[in-house]
Design a protein. Structure first.
Length: 705
């Protein structure tokens, strides 16, 4: 299990319930404050002209606490009719009088989709985009020691100038991540460079012998005179031992900004090795005016190198490292996107339990804390831009897409777990012929690819495509991955070897992965043997998901040239437009149910392939009661051999293939059928027992046929 750890960047002040609105002063070590503004909001799910005014009467509005979404229920219940429109948020707060003379900023970790921010009736700024953080300076608008009114108009209506324009997921409107008041010295690292930490750690060269990191620090001066400050950089190891220190001077004009470029150099560094050893240093910068510490920012530093080879696949620190993992959306049942640290930790813990080495955080920028958890656990991250489905035609769309990519990269650049910037998911271009000359419908992708390299030359760009192998859009990014659903939306499970070999044989020098594959599964629907039913129907037997994944991953496992494989999806998630499976408004391709309470059978198939601690798992356990008579029994296990018994009678042992063990022609008698599986290997034993009630009158499933 991952332990909770306070964010490195700022001083945590949950106790500011006792600071806001009362006398007090900053302690010397608290050089920057991050004050939560999550409490005490009033909310109205409709437009309210004049709601930005300080004297507006919101007494009848609903009291809410952030994170909050207004689509927690209607965004998950199906019908394609969830509310997409305007919602207003208001709250009063009284900053400390001692903050007079400080620099003050409002930071929003995200808002969906457009946010207009007002303070004391005055417009502060507007942000368009569902997933990136944004920050505004309010030094001249905020009144320390007095009542202030913060009002935010949020609108998640479709906007043709803001991606995503499409996507198989619900856009949960609201202030669904945290809101902060930053209290900084007039001399500080800037929080205004696209709401980034203001510090960028770019790993220039990393080897077992030496690490070189280029460090850019964005500085601001809120005083009336030019200032010369010193920047003191330190790096400490996990034992809090200082292993590097440097000092440099920087001049900042009055009411201006400056950048400092420095270097960090470590001999014989302890490398970040993914799940094997996710070692993190802490890199800290202090802004010094004379001997006074005006500001301090700390960031994680995980030193690693990597490459992708068209034949060898992925290599981490010069050694082959298999990237097998999942896709993940950020929503939760009855919460939508309004999740907190506990939910994020549980999700990462479940991925670690299943044995993932990587995760594609689809289809947008996820909370920074999720990236923190991946840094600490060693999960390699594919981070993605919210360009989904189609490209808008307007210049404003292109500009907003570029801004969202800039936010994604600048806000997340220091996370060592992030190795890939993904530029799009499943772009469609209709039936238009591919133009031989002139502008192409996908020219924006090439622009984004160049921008990603300008912002971060140390990482590879990628994308998730569902186009045919030969489509030009596939080959713009550094590497590519395909969304393929053989055995679900098209084809058969046994098509997988041919599908994989076809792309590799035609493009042997290209670096190719699989970004999505899978099948729907309801824990309430069962049939043996399973059949492929209509994907848009209401009958999604759990057993068919296992058939699809066994075939797909079995083929991928034998092809090491695949740089990464990401199954769809780790968890069921909300799609209000869907009407299939056992729940309206849900995509049920997850390994775990939407409420995170049930691990589906296929979860254990991957656990059998990706983990080493011995276990056995009897599949179809939820098919109860089940028909009596001749059938087969299936076990997933990472043990070399598994023995099975039925009502105390031995059924023999099996050696499995890819963690799958099958006993054919087993006769289940009427009544209780107690089955026990015992797995052995390397001196360890794993045991599991399950009892079914078997009846001859249990009908064969017909729903959705």
């Amino acid at each position: 299990m991952l332990m909770q750890r306070a964010p490195l960047m700022v001083v945590s002040l949950v106790a500011l319930a006792g600071l806001l609105g009362c006398a007090g002063s900053l302690r010397a070590e608290e050089v920057r404050l991050d004050v939560s503004l999550n409490q005490g909001w009033k909310f109205l799910r409709q437009d309210a002209p004049g709601a930005e005014r300080s004297d507006f009467d919101d007494a009848q509005w609903e009291a809410v606490t952030l994170p909050h979404t207004w689509n927690a229920q209607d965004g998950q219940d199906g019908g394609r009719n969830y509310y997409r429109g305007i919602g207003w948020y208001r709250r009063h707060f009284t900053p400390l009088a001692s903050w007079e003379g400080k620099s003050l900023f409002l930071r929003f970790d995200a808002a969906a989709t457009t946010a207009d921010v007002f303070l004391n009736g005055t417009p502060v700024g507007t942000h368009k985009g569902n997933f990136g953080a944004f920050c505004f300076e309010v030094t001249n608008l905020l009144r320390p020691g007095r009542d202030n009114v913060l009002a935010v108009k949020v609108n998640n209506a479709r906007d043709g100038d803001v991606p995503p324009l499409g996507g198989d997921f619900t856009i949960f409107g609201g202030l669904y991540r945290d809101v902060h008041l930053l209290v900084l010295d007039r001399l500080s690292v800037s929080p205004l460079d696209f709401a980034s930490p203001g510090v960028y750690l770019k790993q220039v060269r990393v080897s077992a012998e030496r690490a070189e990191v280029a460090v850019t620090t964005c500085l601001r001066n809120g005083t009336d005179s030019a200032k010369t400050v010193s920047l003191r950089w330190t790096v400490t190891d996990q034992a809090d031992k200082e292993v590097f220190r440097s000092l440099a001077g920087v001049s900042i004009p009055a009411h201006g900004t400056a950048e400092s470029l420095q270097g960090i150099y470590l001999d014989r560094p302890h490398l970040w090795q993914g799940r094997k050893d996710p070692y993190l240093y802490t890199a800290s910068v202090e802004v010094l005016e004379g001997s006074r510490v005006a500001d301090r920012v700390s960031q994680p530093l995980g030193l690693r190198s990597y490459e992708v080879d068209p034949e060898k696949g992925f290599l981490l620190n010069g050694q082959p490292y298999v990237l097998h993992g999942v896709n993940k959306h950020q929503d939760r049942i009855d919460k939508g996107w309004a999740i907190g640290p506990a939910q994020q930790r549980e999700d990462v813990d479940l991925m670690l339990e299943m044995g993932c080495t990587c995760v594609r955080l689809a289809h947008y920028q996820h909370p920074q804390y999720t990236y923190d958890l991946c840094d600490r656990s060693g999960l390699v991250v594919w981070a993605e831009l919210a360009l989904v489905g189609s490209i808008g035609k307007s210049p404003a769309f292109a500009a907003n897409t570029r801004r969202q990519l800039t936010e994604l990269i600048k806000q997340s650049l220091n996370h060592p777990s992030i190795l890939f910037w993904s530029l799009y998911n499943e772009l469609g271009f209709g039936r238009e012929p591919i133009p031989a000359e002139g502008p192409k419908p996908w020219d924006l992708v090439a622009e984004l690819n160049d921008l990603a390299h300008q912002l971060d030359s140390t990482r590879l760009t990628t994308a998730a495509t569902n186009q045919s192998n030969s489509h030009p859009v596939n080959w713009i990014t550094d590497i590519i991955a395909f969304n393929r659903y053989n055995g679900w939306y098209s084809g058969k499970p046994e098509d997988w070897p041919r599908v994989l070999d076809d792309v590799h044989s035609k493009y042997p020098t290209r670096r190719v992965g699989i970004s999505e594959y899978g099948a729907g599964a309801s824990i309430l629907h069962h049939e043996i043997p399973p059949k492929h039913h209509a994907t848009v129907g209401r009958w999604h037997p759990e057993e068919w998901q296992g058939v699809v994944h066994e075939a797909a991953y079995g083929a991928m496992k034998e092809r090491p040239w695949l740089w990464g494989t990401f199954l769809w999806n780790m968890f069921d998630f909300a799609v209000d437009a869907r009407a299939e499976g056992d729940h309206l408004g849900r995509n049920d391709k997850g390994m775990v149910t939407y409420d995170r309470q049930t691990r589906k059978d296929t979860f254990y198939f991957y656990k059998a392939n990706w983990t080493t601690e011995p276990f056995v798992y009897l599949t179809s356990r939820r098919y109860n009661p089940r028909p009596a008579g001749v059938t087969y029994l299936k076990v997933y296990s990472n043990c070399p051999t598994v023995e099975l018994s039925l009502n105390g009678k031995a059924l023999g042992s099996q050696t499995g293939t890819n963690g799958v063990f099958v006993w054919k022609d087993v006769n289940l008698p009427e009544g209780p059928c107690a089955v026990e599986a015992v797995g052995t290997g390397e001196g360890k034993t794993a045991t599991e027992a399950w009892t079914w009630t078997c009846r001859s009158d249990v009908p064969a499933p017909v729903a959705g046929e």
